[in-house]
Write a protein that binds this ligand. Structure first.
Ligand code: ATP
Ligand code: MG
Length: 152
């Protein structure tokens, strides 16, 4: 069941709920067109997770790493500039996933190298202030996360 948010703050609040639950190894895919709300949602995740750094999305940076309390790390990947599977393979997602949760914007661009177990979130522009957010879980861990964020 998709959720419709009616402001950037509303989208951030939903992200925050998810962020508070994330652990190392968790993979969150954020799909949606330009301006659909992926980074806004990521800001909420980072806040809920406890990031000490601000979320940034400079177009030339592929991986952002945010520090958390006690040496923890949150990885934020924006694959928009990735041009080949070979380039994607160099990212070494596995080593990021052993160290922290991983958020991926434009996940469809690196689909072949993404682990199958993940939470896949699709953002759709509805109007100036409205975005439809669809959450799909593959695997027990993500079904659990989805139940926690949609049932409270
Ligand atoms: N309900 C809403 N949820 C999220 N963003 C919204 C909403 N309503 C309006 N906005 C606006 O839409 C824009 C979303 O931008 P954002 O950077 O989050 O998108 P994005 O999906 O990361 O785009 P890009 O692919 O360019 O990085 C922001 O300017 C935000 O203020
Ligand atoms: Mg973005």
């Amino acid at each position: 069941m998709p959720i419709t948010t009616t402001s950037p703050a509303h989208t951030r609040a939903l992200g925050q709920k998810l962020g508070a639950l994330l652990q190392p190894g968790d993979l969150i895919c954020l799909q949606g067109d330009l301006g659909a709300g992926k980074t806004t949602f990521t800001q909420g995740i980072a806040a809920g997770w406890g990031a000490l750094d601000e979320v940034s999305s400079p177009t030339f940076v592929i991986v952002n790493v945010y520090r958390g309390p006690a040496q923890t790390r949150l990885y934020h990947l924006d694959t928009y500039r990735i041009e080949s599977t070979a380039e994607a393979e160099e990212l070494d997602l596995d080593s990021m996933l052993t160290q922290g949760p991983l958020l991926v914007e434009w996940p469809e661009r690196i689909q072949p190298i993404l682990p199958v177990a993940r939470l896949w979130i699709t953002f759709t522009y509805k109007s100036d202030a409205e975005r439809e957010i669809k959450l799909e879980a593959s695997g027990a861990r993500y079904q659990h996360l989805l139940a926690l964020i949609t049932n409270q």
